[in-house]
Design a binder for this molecule. Sequence first.
Ligand code: FPP
Length: 250
Amino acid sequence: MAKDSKDKFSTEGLKVPESLGVIMDGNGRWAKKRLLPRSAGHRAGAENLKELCRNCGRYGVKYLTVYAFSTENWSRPQSEVDQLMKLFVEFFEKYDPELEEEGIRVRFTGDIDALPENIRKVCREGEERSAGRQKMQLIVAFNYGGRREITQAAQSLARDVAEGKISVEDITEDSLSSRMYLPDVPDPDLIIRPSGEMRISNFLLWECAYSEFWVSDTLWPDFGYDELTSAFRDYAKRDRRFGGLSKKEG
Ligand code: FPP
């Protein structure tokens, strides 16, 4: 593990979000620019995810949720889907020792039950193996779609109403929240999207209601420590009002 300078992760002039979301976009364009196959971009993206975990852990982020595969990504060519599944398996085989060294617990969010058994096994084993790690939680959104998450939460409440366990009046923002995939994970304070796109792409739709956004033109495999630090510097200047008034006004 490379040594970091003493003040590399100083938080002076920055605000580190407790809960951070990252949409890892731009792997394909990164590869295209280098005349490489898209698979090389995804591989570089996975390598960069490991770096992001390390940097976020050292800065003091507590929950890092990354968008690795959406419910819509199945529409990509089969060869690319297969490659992303393979990369997913490899990522935890290859990098778990480093995640362990950094005290990073791994969890998954998404329609995991609908994934092939070999992928579900990686999820189960990864969660079990890392359950005691305390520094940061890495939450990998895989086969994740915000609309599917909300739909499944609604179905779960509707089932309870149909079975007479709860009444319609028991359907509240809090009870719906409690049926999301990982209700104990705080909503993201900040969501970062590299690669120049300014959309949410079905990521954490319920949870992002009051998230701050930070976008950058850098393609995901090149998004490193400097950009992360800039995002945290900018986040320190945000006045989060949650629909109320600013502290200065109130
Ligand atoms: C979007 O970029 C990225 C993805 C659909 C996959 C993200 C996956 C990784 C970063 C690596 C895999 C991580 C794990 C945990 C296995 P894009 O391909 O749409 O890029 P483009 O918009 O430039 O084409």
